[in-house]
Design a protein around this ligand. Structure first.
Ligand code: 1GP
Length: 248
């Protein structure tokens, strides 16, 4: 039986003071050289953890994870786009429930299929209420999940959805505008949701510059997830990490 490699990663991440930043790696968007560059920049910057996953992958996720694990000890958390991405090679996985949607497979069906393997592999799971926010064009995750994102001006729905996730026992709420979104989750919505729950709030999707990052931090995000912009400008990892780590 494989063992999760980092003991209680959730407690480790959430008990330390200050905001955290994660670099999201989409294996399809990288070759060996670009992965090494991302790892180097992430090590230098002192990011808190990597996430890995994608809505639709064309290559096996394990190969990329093994390459990452050979180069760094930064914790790696699976952000599974679907059941095919289940792997025991990560330190932990977000056990996602797509609570903004009404697709039963993403609320319970896939969990039932995955549960015996998760138990067998002894993968550390972090139950996460995943909330999609529509901030512009239709994103891959919206299309692939067959769900509607919560409209960007429907703060009450986002708040009630996050509250429901907390009451159901989830350990994190992840509000995501979707990878490569036109715009991040609106600041007012982040403030409203943050004030509605007592569990950590992850914000990701569409954060492309320092100003947006500052605003998302100031609005109350506890953990920031950034993917796309680092694929084109990995030098920004250092700047973004410094901004997030200013908040203690
Ligand atoms: C997507 O939140 C992540 O699920 C990251 O989004 O790639 O747009 O930074 P970006």
């Amino acid at each position: 039986m494989s063992k999760a490699r980092t003991p209680d990663l959730y407690t480790n991440l959430t008990s330390r003071k200050g905001k955290k930043i994660s670099v999201l790696i989409d294996p399809d968007k990288h070759n060996d050289e670009s992965i090494i560059q991302i790892i180097k920049q992430s090590e230098k910057a002192g990011i808190d953890f990597f996430m890995i996953g994608g809505s639709l992958l064309h290559c096996p996720i394990d190969e990329t994870i093994i390459k990452i694990k050979q180069k760094t000890e930064i914790p790696l958390i699976l952000f599974p786009g679907n059941l095919l991405q289940l792997t025991d090679k990560v330190d932990a996985m977000l056990l996602l429930s797509l609570i903004s949607g009404r697709n039963p497979e993403l609320l319970i069906g896939n969990h039932v299929i995955a549960a015996p393997l998760i138990k067998k592999y002894n993968i550390q799971t972090i139950p996460t209420g995943y909330i999609l926010i529509g901030t512009g064009k239709t994103t891959s995750v919206e299309y692939m999940s067959g769900t509607l994102a919560i409209p960007k001006d429907k703060n009450e729905i986002a708040m009630a959805t996050a509250m429901a996730g907390e009451l159901l026992g989830m350990k994190l709420i992840y509000m995501d505008a979707g990878s490569g979104a036109d715009n991040p989750v609106p600041n007012e919505m982040i403030k409203d949701v943050k004030s509605s729950i007592n569990i950590p709030l992850i914000i990701g999707g569409g954060i492309k510059n320092e100003k947006q990052l500052e605003q998302v931090c100031q609005s109350g995000a506890d953990i920031l997830v950034i993917g796309n912009i680092f694929e084109v400008k990995n030098g920004l990892i250092n700047t973004f990490t410094s901004i997030v780590h200013q908040y203690q």
